[in-house]
Design a protein around this ligand. Structure first.
Ligand SMILES: [Zn+2]
Length: 248
């Protein structure tokens, strides 16, 4: 059984039996990992700190056939300020769901770990604009997963979207924008309030720390990101982790 060590962010922590927990982690080195931490819920657990969702931990574990076993874990950063605030927690919850949806079966990608860490840090540090962080995170995550949304030209006719007078639409299944003419031929598209496209582009091009949309645009940006990821998530990965690649 191979022993490994990595930083990881706890995506989910489920009670198991009397005193154990099963953790889903997105690790820095091995991507998604599911591992059991035995005896962790005993008051005198050797793990010391509680491994709560969203905390970033340094974990040592050995691989098992379906589930790894945690032998050591140390909390590096708890992101307590995210868990204790409803607006931040909602944004973080959506970020975690999106990681699970898009990264379930892939090899580890350090950029995903780093993006998640930076986004949690941003949520914890700021007092408003949580939905902007959530939307920026989703756009960047989709891009890392190979599903970057097309925001430059109409997905159907290829017309440039610069200076377009009419309404623009987002077509999640196509993964991009439709102009008003093309929208008529595609049912699966919803209108974007004016300014949304510009807002989405600014979230794609800038760092997460600077993600700020006008409040009226935050909801439409979130809708685009949520629908886009739902349309491109590989089937079933949102529920169960698939086999992952790790040194044997
Ligand atoms: Zn078009």
């Amino acid at each position: 059984m191979a022993l490994y060590k990595s930083k990881g962010i706890v995506l989910r922590s489920i009670r198991y039996g009397e005193a154990d927990r099963i953790l889903d982690l997105y690790t820095h080195d091995y991507g998604m990992v599911s591992a059991i931490a035995k005896g962790i819920r005993r008051t005198r657990s050797r793990f010391g700190a509680r491994l709560e969702p969203l905390s970033c931990v340094d974990v040592m574990a050995y691989s098992g056939r379906s589930l790894d076993t945690v032998t050591q874990a140390e909390v590096l950063r708890s992101f307590h300020g995210v868990r204790e605030h409803l607006g931040r927690l909602e944004a973080a919850g959506s970020m975690v769901r999106n990681v699970r949806a898009l990264s379930g079966g892939d090899e580890g990608d350090r950029r995903v770990f780093n993006l998640l860490y930076r986004s949690l840090e941003t949520l914890e540090e700021r007092g408003a604009g949580f939905k902007s962080v959530e939307a920026a995170f989703g756009l960047k995550l989709a891009t890392l997963a190979g599903y970057a949304p097309e925001l430059e030209a109409c997905m159907s006719c290829g017309a440039s979207l610069e200076g377009t007078e009419g309404l623009l639409y987002y077509a999640p299944v196509l993964g991009g924008i439709l102009c008003a003419d093309c929208r008529a031929e595609t049912a699966e598209a919803f209108p974007l309030p004016p300014g949304t496209l510009f807002g989405l582009r600014s979230l794609v091009s800038g760092p997460v720390k600077q993600a700020v949309l006008e409040e009226r645009l935050e909801e439409s940006a979130r809708r685009v990101v949520g629908a886009h990821i739902l349309a491109h998530a590989p089937a079933a990965t949102s529920l169960e982790p698939r086999p992952r690649v790790r040194p044997a």
